[in-house]
Ligand binder design. Sequence first.
Ligand SMILES: NC(=O)c1ccc[n+]([C@@H]2O[C@H](COP(=O)([O-])OP(=O)(O)OC[C@H]3O[C@@H](n4cnc5c(N)ncnc54)[C@H](OP(=O)(O)O)[C@@H]3O)[C@@H](O)[C@H]2O)c1
Length: 260
Amino acid sequence: MKKFGLIGYPLTHSFSEKYFTEKFKKEGLEEEFSYEAFPMPNLSELPELIKRNPDLCGLNVTVPHKIGVMYYLDKIDPAAKEIDAVNCIKIVNSHPVEAFFSGELSSLQVRLEGYNTDAYGFEMSLKPLLKNHHPKALILGAGGAARAVAYVLNKLGISFKSVSRRSIKKQLSYEQITPDMIKERLLIINTTPVGTYPNITQAPEIPYDALTSKHILYDLVYNPEETEFLKRGREHGAITKNGLEMLHIQAEKAWEIWNS
Ligand SMILES: NC(=O)c1ccc[n+]([C@@H]2O[C@H](COP(=O)([O-])OP(=O)(O)OC[C@H]3O[C@@H](n4cnc5c(N)ncnc54)[C@H](OP(=O)(O)O)[C@@H]3O)[C@@H](O)[C@H]2O)c1
């Protein structure tokens, strides 16, 4: 049996575990594959986890380990390197030729490859919504997911400004966002957890009255299905999208990487 899993901490409601367990059931793959959540407060436990689970072929990586995990990898995909975050690991067992001939399987070698499937999921789910009047964007938040979003916008030639509560580098503060800025930037992406269940009445502090029907409001949050941010966008006629499709696409991309 091939095993897959998730590392992060804490792992309370794991989307990935539910998604892959249901996928294996639905596709009749339960005999061949399994998926398990491995709560890991400290990344130094990773080598031991891999040693204890020789049938482990791939891992999803979530908060707070997307950056730190790169230290443990043998190869990092160029996109993940540029984003500076890994959320998918492929575990490759390679048997050196000598070990094969001598039958010494104890010298089995394990190679860890890192990828970022968040960026792919975001790109594929955003692209169908884009029109010529979306050359400028605003990214709300400056964490790991914001870096994957920024990577995709750069790739698509969309210029953007980032908004953060901390005044670092060239980022704007929420107080600096004017109605004119909103009118100029017709793509607004929330990469903060603001509005996530149970805090469903909260929304990022931007001048919502400046929104129009030409705007796209994209929220990486998917619980609730319509966040307060998206609701306010919809009320001004904007096109809205939550993070659920991105989540599904990134999971399927991980599956493709593990099986390639
Ligand atoms: N749909 C998907 O597939 C998908 C994929 C990845 C992540 N996500 C979601 O995206 C969100 C961010 O994930 P992440 O990994 O980037 O987390 P993260 O690294 O912790 O970054 C979140 C950022 O949000 C900002 N933030 C946090 N609390 C805030 C508040 N109360 N008010 C305003 N800003 C706040 C912070 O930026 P500043 O301190 O700079 O303001 C922080 O850097 C999470 O809700 C996660 O579930 C969804």
